[in-house]
Design a protein around this ligand. Structure first.
Ligand code: PLP
Length: 431
């Protein structure tokens, strides 16, 4: 008979037989709100012409008002995704061909593709080892006369080093945009993330902490940036006269508008956000406590004065201390029925778009529009810290959300212990 502690990967019984589930926080409130919109019959309130309807319908405006109030900002622009929000935000800075945006390679691809869409190019700074956000020193080293903006990503639910990045942006006359898609209501040194940059962008896609299927919001205190972002959202060129704007730069718009149905759901979800975050924090805290006594699997860093909202639970992995290569550890965890992933996403610059420098059309635009085109680097090895984490030293899980329970967190930690206790058998199997 096999020992109960035998690893599932080696023929034993998995420690967990409950499949992982994403949280479903859509309830009666959202259902009622959507029915209310259907009853009103106005599924979108937008019209692309000067006047009130340029700004959207009742629910869209209410969502924007709630964001302004909660985040203490003057303006909010609701859009149909954070990708659209990033496009509006970056467009508002007046960026264009020949310009550069310094950003993180450790994020979802949209953070940097919006630069390409506007004819600019992303320049990738390396990340730092606590927050996995862009390293201020690397940002500073990458500034050139062509740099126009920095896009910082508050990745996994924790702030990047935003105050330092703010200081760098101010010193060099650059815009700072926060990609806050993963960190609604995170705090950096006492301030809510999304409000430290000139513009902050939130996502409400299906897998975010609060969601409405697809959606997002841009927040800013700057009147001009707000107007430009709103023009990008709603066919800007069609309203310029009514708008009274003399500056046409990047005012050509798209249809990036949020529907009333999405806004109605987002409003209800936003009301629940404190609870949704608190639930994750309690579960994550249990994992933190469990990991405290495990050598080589390290709980997420939380900076002094910061609040982590745990969109993802990112652990550092030290193979020298566990005695197991990360990917073997991950394989054994998965066999135990425990949700984990080795790494997050490959560094953005390794995607074919950057490797082959083909983005808009087939002649190399917008890379060719950059005056130092030949010197732009997207080579493997460009951001060694990022590559190290992706290839060997980072693991993520999303188990710290309902309907998973505190007992599930304990089982998760027990699973980690079980795998590490079977190190020699695993190494023998892999040999
Ligand atoms: C960091 C980050 N930025 C941007 C996005 C894009 O968000 P959306 O799906 O709302 O366009 C995502 C979504 O996964 C993200 O995680």
């Amino acid at each position: 008979m096999r020992n109960a502690e035998t690893l599932a990967l080696l023929g034993g019984k998995p420690i967990n037989d409950k499949p992982f589930q994403f949280n479903n926080a859509i309830g009666e409130e959202e259902r009622r709100a959507v029915l209310g919109v259907l009853d009103r019959g106005e599924l979108s309130g937008f019209i692309a012409s000067p006047g009130e309807p340029f700004w959207g319908g009742e629910a869209v405006r209410e969502l924007q008002r709630m964001f302004c109030e909660h985040y203490g900002v003057k303006h909010a622009v609701a859009v149909n995704s954070a990708t659209s929000g990033l496009l509006c935000a970056l467009s508002a800075t007046g960026i264009g061909p020949g310009d550069e945006v310094i950003t993180s390679p450790y994020t979802m691809s949209a953070t940097s593709t919006v630069a390409l869409m506007l004819g600019a190019v992303p320049v990738f700074a390396d990340i730092e080892t606590d927050t996995f956000g862009i390293d201020p020193a690397s940002v500073e080293a990458n500034i050139t006369p062509h740099t126009k903006a920095i896009i910082a990503v508050n990745i996994f639910g924790h702030a990047a080093r935003l105050n330092q990045l703010r200081a760098i942006a101010d010193r060099h006359g650059l815009f700072l945009i926060e990609d806050n898609a993963q960190a609604p209501d995170a705090v950096h040194q006492g301030r809510l993330t999304g409000t430290i940059g000139d513009l902050g962008v939130f996502s409400f896609n299906r897998h975010k902490v609060m969601q409405c299927g697809e959606g997002g919001v841009v927040v800013t205190n700057n009147d001009k940036l707000f107007e430009k972002a709103a023009l990008m959202r709603n066919h800007g060129e069609a309203v310029l006269e009514g708008f009274g704007i003399d500056d046409l730069v990047n005012a050509i718009g798209l249809n990036l508008r949020m529907t009333e149905l999405e806004a109605a759901v987002a409003i209800e979800q936003f009301k629940k956000l404190p609870r949704l975050n608190a639930e994750r924090q309690a579960l994550a805290q249990r994992l933190n406590e469990g990991l405290a006594s495990i050598d080589g699997v390290i709980a997420p860093h939380v900076g002094e004065g910061d609040r982590h909202v745990y969109y993802m639970y990112a652990m550092k992995y030290d193979a020298a201390r566990t005695g197991l290569p990360r990917d073997l550890f991950v394989k054994a965890m998965l066999a135990e029925g425990l949700f984990i992933r080795g790494g997050y996403l490959k560094p953005t610059y390794l995607y074919p778009t950057y490797q082959k420098r083909i983005a808009i059309g087939n002649k190399g635009f917008p890379f060719t529009a950059n005056p130092r085109n030949q010197n732009l680097s997207y080579e493997q090895g460009l951001c060694p810290v990022c590559e190290r984490f992706e290839n060997r030293e980072l693991m993520i899980t999303a188990v710290m959300q309902p309907p998973q329970t505190l007992e599930d967190m304990d089982r998760y930690v027990a699973g980690i212990r079980k795998v590490l206790a079977n190190r020699d058998a695993l190494l023998k199997m892999a040999a």
